[in-house]
Each structure stands twice: as C-alpha cells, then as structure tokens.
Ligand binder design. Structure first.
Ligand code: ADE
Length: 247
C-alpha cells in the first residue's frame, strides 16, 4: 500500500511513522508512506495556504489552489483521498478494513475551519472522523487512521490471523467499495448566497448546508440537535424525498 499525507506540519509524523509496528511495516516494505508539506504548493512567496471564506464569517479555510496544485504535481487523484474532519464518516473497524483494501490512500490534514468546497469537490473522495470531538487539526486523526489500516495489511502483524481474529473483525473484508467523485473545479460556481453580501441569507445557507451534511452523514445526531421548526420541517421533507445534491 502507498499512503500520501498532505499536511502543514510534516514534522508531526516523523517519530510515529518510524516507531514500533508502523515503523517495521515501512522498513519491511508493506507500506510506503510519503509526507508532503502543503505550504510548498502555495501560490505566493509568503506560503499562504489559508483564506477567508466567501461571504465572510469567522475562521479560515484551506485555500483550494495549493491543494489542487499539490494533487496535480503528485498525481494524488490516482489514490482514494480522505479529508480528516470531525463531521466525516466515523472511523470504525469496518471502515478501516475497507480502507485497507485500497492500493493508495491520500490523507489531507486540515487546520482552520476546513477546506474550500471547490478543493473538496475536486480532490477529496471521502471525509473521515475519528470521533465526536474536535481536534486542533487532522494530523492526530491521520495517525490513528494509518495505524488502524496498516495493521490490517497482510504480513504487518507477522501473522495475518491475529488481525482477522481481533474482536472488531467483521465481514468488511469481503466487500471492496470504490468511491467515485466528480472531477470538477474549473468553472465550478460559488453559490449565489455567498456572493450576495446579505449576512442573513449567507448564514441561512450555511446552516442548511451543515444540516444537509449531518442529515446525510450523521443522522443519528439529529434527534438531539438544537433545531428550529423550519429545520425540523426540512428534515421531514428530506426524509420523504431525499436531500438535494446542493441548493
Ligand atoms: N479534525 C478535527 N477534529 C477531527 C476529528 N474528530 N476527526 C478527524 N479529523 C478531525
């Protein structure tokens, strides 16, 4: 397996990836792990990689250009690309098992408030969360994911049956999903709401996007969520008709 890690803090990975079972998996050639500094793909000499979101608001986003430039230069679209994010698909044993069947994984570690939607659409196949809490960045999550996945590669634990026999084993090994993603970026429109300058409209749009994402990815969180009547009504409609792709 090949794993590319794209991060603003490459030094974070030095010791964990050369220690213990992970270190041996690398030296034994079961996995090849490359760590890339996203700042090297910045478009200006200051190494700027973050930007204020369209429509304003607090927090910064990872700019789309350095992410896209990095993906192009390293041909990362060939792999299955994961953005580590607290609102992603929850990492569990079944997901680790499915991920271990990919030949090539690419992990993008975010800081700030996330990644610009255009880069996400063009470069990212899947968001993964390691749990319902917010970390300072995606790096610790990437390490957890790598550890959970690499130990499942035949030969890494010395005896494949020890990975097969562990308590979380499930039938995930039997299916091998392929994620598809639309390869759009050029000409991809920024939603009109974000360009409107109308903060009420912008906030409403953002809240709806976040609701839709939770509805699709973590519906189990919705019953306990603090939602108003209109939001409950929207969920009612989506439950009957399916959530729209975007709006
Ligand atoms: N980035 C911030 N929090 C995270 C989490 N819980 N899982 C994955 N990436 C994250």
């Amino acid at each position: 397996m090949k794993i590319d890690i794209v991060t603003l803090f490459p030094g974070f990975f030095t010791d964990p990836l050369s220690t213990s079972i992970l270190g041996r998996a690398v030296t034994d050639g079961h996995v090849e792990i490359a760590v890339h500094d996203l700042r090297q793909y910045a478009m200006d000499r200051h190494g700027t990689v973050d930007d204020a979101p369209f429509g304003g608001g607090r927090g910064m986003l990872l700019k789309p250009e350095p992410v896209a430039a990095c993906w192009d230069a390293l041909q990362l679209s060939r792999g299955h690309s994961i953005y580590l994010s607290a609102d992603g698909d929850r990492l569990n044993q079944a997901l680790a098992t499915r991920l271990s069947m990919h030949e090539h994984l690419v992990l993008l570690c975010g800081h700030y408030k996330g990644v610009d939607e255009r880069a996400r659409t063009r470069c990212i196949d899947q968001d993964v969360s390691i749990g319902d809490y917010v970390l300072t960045g995606g790096e610790p999550a990437a390490l957890v994911l790598i550890d959970a996945v690499v130990r499942l590669i035949p030969g890494v634990l010395g005896d494949f049956s020890s990975a097969m026999a562990d308590s979380f084993h499930d039938d995930g090994l039997l299916d091998c999903p392929w994620y598809t993603r639309p390869a759009r970026f050029e000409g991809q429109d920024v939603p009109q709401e974000l360009l409107s300058g109308d903060h009420g409209r912008i906030d409403a749009w953002r809240r709806r996007q976040s609701l839709r994402r939770t509805f699709e990815r973590r519906p189990d969180l919705l019953p306990g969520a603090d939602l108003d009547d209109e939001e409950r009504r929207l969920i009612d409609v989506w439950e009957r008709t399916g959530a729209p792709d975007t709006d």
